[in-house]
Ligand binder design. Structure first.
Ligand SMILES: [Zn+2]
Length: 160
C-alpha cells in the first residue's frame, strides 16, 4: 500500500481522536481497521460514553470490524491507531490476529497527558505475589474439567 493511503487512514484515526474531545465524548484516541486497502471499521475511545473501561478505540474498532466481517479473526487486517496501544489493546490486537499496527502518538505522549500505561507494563513483568491486585487461586481441580471437555470439542481450532 502506498504511504499516501496509509497516511490517509492514520488521518482518519487522528480525526476520530480529535472529534471525540471536541464533542466532549471521551479521551483523545481513535483507531481504524483496514483490509486490502478498504476501511472496515473505525472508532474513537468510548470509555466515558459507554461507561465501559474496555472500550478503548482499538478494542471498539476490533469489535466493529469483527461484526462487519462476521469473524473473530482479523487476519489480513491492519490497524491504524492514533496512539501506541495500551497493554489491553495490544492483547486484543494479538487475539484478533491483526497483521500490522500503525501508530502515531507514543505511550510516553499518553503518559504525559495522564493516560499512564506504565503501571500495567510493570505489573505484567511482576511475579504474581508482588502485583498490586491480589491473585487467589480457587477450585482449579473443578475448573480444569471445562478444559478437558474442550479437548474433545468440535469447536476446537488448531493453534488457537
Ligand atoms: Zn487501550
Amino acid at each position: 500500500m502506498e504511504n499516501k493511503a496509509k497516511e490517509q487512514f492514520m488521518r482518519m484515526a487522528i480525526a476520530l481522536s480529535e472529534d471525540n474531545v471536541k464533542n466532549n465524548l471521551g479521551g483523545p484516541f481513535g483507531a481504524v481497521i483496514v483490509k486490502n486497502g478498504v476501511v472496515i471499521a473505525g472508532s474513537a475511545n468510548k470509555v466515558m460514553k459507554d461507561n465501559d473501561p474496555t472500550a478503548h478505540a482499538e478494542v471498539a474498532a476490533i469489535r466493529l470490524a469483527c461484526k462487519e466481517l462476521g469473524t473473530y479473526n482479523l487476519s489480513g487486517c491492519e490497524i491504524y491507531t492514533s496512539c501506541e496501544p495500551c497493554p489491553m489493546c495490544l492483547g486484543a490486537i494479538y487475539w484478533a490476529h491483526i497483521d500490522k499496527i500503525y501508530y502515531a502518538n507514543t505511550k510516553v505522549d499518553a503518559a504525559n497527558i495522564g493516560f499512564d500505561d506504565f503501571l500495567i507494563y510493570d505489573e505484567l513483568g511482576c511475579e504474581m505475589e508482588k502485583r498490586k491486585i491480589p491473585f487467589v487461586q480457587l477450585l482449579p481441580k473443578e475448573a480444569i474439567n471445562a478444559f478437558k471437555l474442550w479437548e474433545g470439542s468440535k469447536l476446537k481450532v488448531i493453534g488457537y
